[in-house]
Design a protein around this ligand. Structure first.
Ligand code: NAP
Length: 244
């Protein structure tokens, strides 16, 4: 299926690893022009990306700048994929104020501010916004309170925003991974055997997903082939979700 993404100008945050990297790669393969945002000085964007921007998106002063720089690099913006984030451990009792502030900046506020900064550009064409959230937004993970709250907050923002900008033809959705192999998930297990044992016990498809298995759905949701799905969340989790 041709998604009609050739020439589309897309900003992808967290595009130097894992899910964001795979999404950027997919978009480039579809002919989109992609500006990637990474964090570590040595992380890499996929081949064919038009720009690699560096920012610490937990810093409010660096959030607007990635949109400005992407617009300069691409000459405008047709879609935004807000994906940067880190899994943050902690409970209500032991997550301290610093962790809350940092986690909410990175995982909730940065997405809001980047979307707000992108909107004037997205209005020039009927743009698209996709937030990468998490299954834990609806089925909270243990010892993950900051991430659970930030992702649930992001899904609430996406729903509200979809209603605000729907009349202008701008579509806003979320894609919610369950467990996908990435740097983030690698840190959580001693080795592949421990990860696979967890998958066997918790995921009906018995394995973690590959980022490349999520990417085509992200591309479809921000593409012009999606004309009528907005304010929704697509869960990509190998059947892990227990809710109806
Ligand atoms: N993997 C999963 O199972 C899973 C499940 C649920 C939700 N998610 C969500 O999916 C998104 C992508 O995660 P992933 O699993 O692909 O993780 P990942 O492989 O660790 O990639 C994270 C990306 O975010 C960037 N990033 C991290 N901290 C940043 C900061 N302070 N400022 C700017 N960019 C920063 C990283 O940049 P560098 O490469 O330069 O460090 C990288 O590009 C996250 O929002 C995560 O919460 C993932």
């Amino acid at each position: 299926m041709d998604l009609g993404l050739a020439g589309w100008r897309v900003l992808v945050t967290g595009a130097t690893s894992g899910i964001g990297y795979a999404i950027a790669e997919e978009l480039i393969a579809e002919g989109a022009r992609v500006a990637c945002v990474g964090y570590r000085p040595d992380s890499q964007a996929p081949a064919g990306a038009e720009a690699l921007l560096r920012a610490d998106l937990s810093d409010p002063d660096q959030q607007q700048g990635v949109v400005d720089d992407a617009v300069t690099a691409l000459g405008g913006l047709d879609a935004l994929i807000s994906n940067a984030g880190q899994g943050i451990d902690g409970t209500v009792e032991n997550a301290d104020e610093r962790l809350w502030r940092w986690g909410m900046e990175l995982d909730l506020h940065s997405g809001v501010r980047i979307a707000r900064a992108a909107l004037p550009h997205l209005r020039e064409r009927t743009g698209r916004i996709l937030f990468v959230t998490a299954l834990s937004a609806s089925e909270p993970r243990e010892n993950h309170i900051v991430s659970n709250a930030a992702k649930a907050g992001t899904e609430a923002v996406a729903k509200s925003l979809s209603r605000e900008v729907g009349p202008e033809g701008i579509l806003v959705n979320c894609i919610a991974p369950g467990r996908v192999k990435s740097n983030q998930t690698k840190k959580r297990f001693a080795d592949d055997a421990a990860r696979d044992a967890y998958a066997a016990a918790n995921i009906p498809l018995q394995r973690f997903g590959e980022a490349s298995e999520l990417a085509p759905f992200a591309a479809l949701l921000i593409s012009p082939r999606n004309g009528y799905v907005t304010g929704q969340r697509l869960v990509v989790d190998g059947g892990m979700s227990k809710a109806l």
